[in-house]
Design a protein around this ligand. Structure first.
Ligand code: RIB
Length: 305
């Protein structure tokens, strides 16, 4: 089986539910407060493990209870955490407000900011091991670029989930093999609106024209568009009750990656990932809401797909 290395963030998610978002200066009553393990890097790594991939994670946590909780949950889900660093800064935190199934997130990078290029260089063995290297943007951008260079130098394919989006250097784009933004990230990247499925198809073609070989744009309730080898296709969602969308994008990225490392086509990968993220949104939480491989396969069989 091919090897996947995720280089990214690990967060403690402080989650609260509210019937409606407060206006600035207003207090509203919420409930169901909980602390979950999350972070886009950790979620994607956990999801890859749960969906059957061979996965290692390189990232930083603090020497605190949140850091311990993250490392123990990641190991429990099957992520190899030999690349996880414990540093003298508090574990990253995400404050998440869930409202009507959707969410707003505010991040404090904490230990994730300690992911420097030096940490990448000190873990060269992981890059010799990896066939795919998966990146997001919750660690410093210079480290993302340095990581992509290290991955490429070792012959690995580079996958970038540009979340949260920021201006990206051309050199990074030139190193990316698969780019997976959602529609608002695609809008920020292209500096123009991306409207509807046709708009997303045009956006995918535009991103490819900027030198990225393969592109998938996720569209929430409209599914996704994917562009591989020149053609652009749309894939719709699988209908499930939406409880909490946290980690749905992470689950989607993981589902695609697991299928690609198994040599399956992008069409099959997108179909599998769509079913996995549909199950994820039907549950609350981050990495805990990601389904297992068996659950996704049973769900696909029930749907006749
Ligand atoms: O993608 C979801 C994740 O984004 C959450 O788990 C939170 O930690 C933020 O990083």
């Amino acid at each position: 089986m091919k090897h996947i290395l995720v280089v990214g963030s690990m967060n403690a998610d402080l989650v609260i539910q509210t019937p409606r978002m407060p206006r600035m200066g207003e207090t509203v009553r919420g409930g169901g407060f909980r602390v979950n393990t999350g972070g886009k890097g950790a979620n994607q790594a956990a999801a890859i493990a749960k969906l059957g991939g061979d996965i290692k994670l390189l990232g930083c946590v603090g020497a605190d209870p949140y850091g311990e909780m993250l490392l123990s949950n990641l190991s429990r889900f099957g992520v190899q955490t030999d690349g996880a660093q414990t540093v003298d800064t508090a574990t990253g935190v995400a404050v998440i407000t869930v409202c009507g199934g959707d969410n707003c997130i505010i991040l404090d990078a904490g230990a994730n900011a300690c992911m420097t290029p030096e940490v990448i260089d000190a873990n060269a063995a992981l890059f010799a091991w990896a066939d795919y290297c998966v990146l997001q943007l919750e660690i410093p951008l210079e480290t993302v670029l340095h990581t992509a260079r290290a991955a490429k130098k070792n012959g690995a394919k580079v996958v970038l989930n540009p979340a949260p989006m920021c201006p990206l250097p051309e050199e990074l784009l030139a190193l990316v093999d698969l780019f997976v933004p959602n529609s608002s990230e695609a809008e920020l990247f292209l500096s123009h609106p991306v409207e509807g499925i046709e708009g997303a198809k045009a956006a995918a073609a535009e991103i490819r024209a900027r030198g990225v070989p393969d592109v998938i744009i996720t569209l929430g309730g409209d599914g996704c568009v994917y562009s591989v080898g020149g053609s652009v296709q749309h894939h719709g969602i699988v209908d499930t009750p939406v409880v909490d969308t946290t980690a749905a994008g992470d689950t989607f990225v993981a589902g695609v990656l697991v299928c690609l490392t198994e040599g399956r086509s992008m069409a099959e990968a997108v179909r599998f990932a769509t079913h996995a993220s549909a199950l994820c949104v039907s549950r609350s939480g981050a990495m805990a809401s990601v389904p297992t491989r068996d659950e996704v396969e049973a769900f696909m069989a029930r749907n006749g797909k």
